[in-house]
Design a protein around this ligand. Structure first.
Ligand code: TYD
Length: 206
């Protein structure tokens, strides 16, 4: 049986990932394809529990390496329990954030560098997205768009942290041009969706 497509969305908080994920799900369903939508950190009962620990505003003492390992632990469970089995059954998987988030936030943002890729090579165990949409929106614009409150532990980080993360994403896009498609997220929602649709339709062609 044909493997499903593994599609991930990346970008700063406020870039509009959720809206675009819903559009991708609709697109695939309209085409009669099996699809699941999931998110990181999360997607399984265990991973959602880990998510609570990571994002808890009271965990101000958390070490950067602890944080990186917790994201990776949540990912290991998610890959093994949800993502890989779905892909093997031929179901497409659309995931809100994946390994690139760890490289951008923990590798660049927290300054952990290459250790993050190494940890995550174990966590993801060879599970690499077929395509990643980087919704590019500078951190200032992203911040204005976040309306939820209270902000979680990551969203509370200062602007210089957010700038390092943004730079990390730009570096990743340069490093993996075959996989990562950069899309200007300051454009209209419909324009962003149209670009994403083009890429997905190309991938679906036999
Ligand atoms: P997300 O679910 O996108 O936040 P929200 O539900 O508030 O939209 O992600 C939670 C936060 O975790 C987000 O600020 C990015 C961060 N993050 C990392 O730092 N590393 C990671 O590996 C992942 C997956 C997320």
């Amino acid at each position: 049986m044909k493997q499903g497509l593994f599609i991930t969305l990346e970008g700063m908080d406020g870039a509009g990932k959720s809206t675009q994920i819903a559009a991708i799900q609709r697109l695939l369903k309209e085409k009669g394809q099996e699809v699941i939508v999931t998110r990181e950190p999360g997607g399984t009962v265990i991973s959602e529990k880990i998510r609570e620990i990571i994002l808890d505003r009271e965990n101000t003492e958390m070490e950067p390496m602890t944080e990186a390992l917790l994201y990776a632990a949540a990912r290991a469970q998610h890959v093994a329990q949800v993502i890989r089995p779905a892909l093997e059954q031929g179901t497409h998987v659309v995931c809100d954030r994946f390994m690139d988030s760890s490289i951008a936030y923990q590798g660049y943002g927290r300054g952990l560098g290459d250790s993050v890729s190494i940890i995550n090579a174990y966590a993801a165990a060879g599970c690499v997205p077929d395509i990643t949409f980087f919704l590019r929106l500078d951190p200032d614009a992203g911040k204005e768009r976040i309306q939820e409150s209270p902000l979680d532990r990551m969203e509370l980080e200062a602007m210089d942290f957010q700038q390092r993360v943004f730079h990390g994403y730009e570096e990743l896009a340069l490093q993996f041009p075959e996989r990562i498609v950069t899309i200007d997220a300051s454009e209209e929602i419909s324009a962003v969706s149209a670009k994403i649709k083009e890429h997905i339709e190309r991938l679906l062609q036999p």
